[in-house]
Ligand binder design. Sequence first.
Ligand code: SAM
Ligand code: SF4
Length: 328
Amino acid sequence: MLDPFGRRISYLRVSVTDRCDLRCTYCMAEDMTFLPKAKVLTLEEIDRLCGAFVSLGVERIRLTGGEPLVRRGVLSLFRSLGARIGDGLKELTVTTNGSQLAKMADDLFAAGVRRINVSMDTLDPATFTAVTRWGKLEQTLDGIFAAKAAGLQVKINAVALRGVNDGEYDRLLAWCGQYGFDLTLIETMPMGEISADRTDYYLPLSEVRRDLSRRWTLTPSAHATGGPARYYDVAETGQRLGVITPMTHNFCESCNRVRLTCTGTLYMCLGQEDAADLRAPLRDPELGDVGLRDAILSAISRKPRGHDFVIGRNAGPAVSRHMSVTGG
Ligand code: SAM
Ligand code: SF4
């Protein structure tokens, strides 16, 4: 699957639900309205759509959300997708807030998942509860250690938030090193209305990286995923530091991914509004698998060159949907 700019599309991110058990301040408004259940694809439909993508060359699938692990029955989707590993699919991963991991980590491993990303912006319990509006750090930590014990390789994602966790990056890097986790820092992206102004939180990671490199030996790493992260090897810990800087660094030229929402809408770019509806072809009995594949190929032929994110005071979000719709 090649897009108009010759980029090979081999990575699909699937938001399996827009719902979440937390309300991180930079991600959602406190009184978010979620989609009515009737609009959401069944897990069997998501599996069939993913199968069509795999038959067209997608090699990696990441389930995300909202919080993917709060969707009822989601383990059955992990199992059906996991069964595709080796048959076109090379890897099945998940991005989660970790709240359900303590009870699900073993099942995820059994389904074929080997690597997971867990979002945790702070190691301070009070800050964690403030950022997530009601989350408990201990629950996420229990989840992270259950995942490690289950044999899953864990990467920690933290959004860099000025005035919230900006004194903590050394501690996070050291903590991740202690337990053998990579750490990725993410700049806030202007997606969806939230109650606060994101300009207040926005912290350019170029600054953070310069500051960290005074105390840590950071060497640019050859590791690349075709995504927005740039990686550094951290000599002192032997782990990697990833930095996602959509605002200060344009990563679009090597983009290999598209994003599917839980209603069957395919976004060809995280930072653009253009989308393709795959639910209609999926549900059209006349079309079958060939028609579904044609609909996917036609969407890929419209993948834009890149995003137009800008964070400015009073500028409003660059795209109106929340990150929880497309899953980041
Ligand atoms: N609930 C899961 C979690 O938190 O990992 C998966 C979905 S969440 C939307 C995926 C990632 O997007 C998380 O790491 C989260 O911190 C990040 N995120 C959410 N809103 C963001 C924003 N406006 N800018 C940058 N990152 C954001
Ligand atoms: Fe939920 Fe993840 Fe958004 Fe936080 S970042 S509100 S955990 S979807």
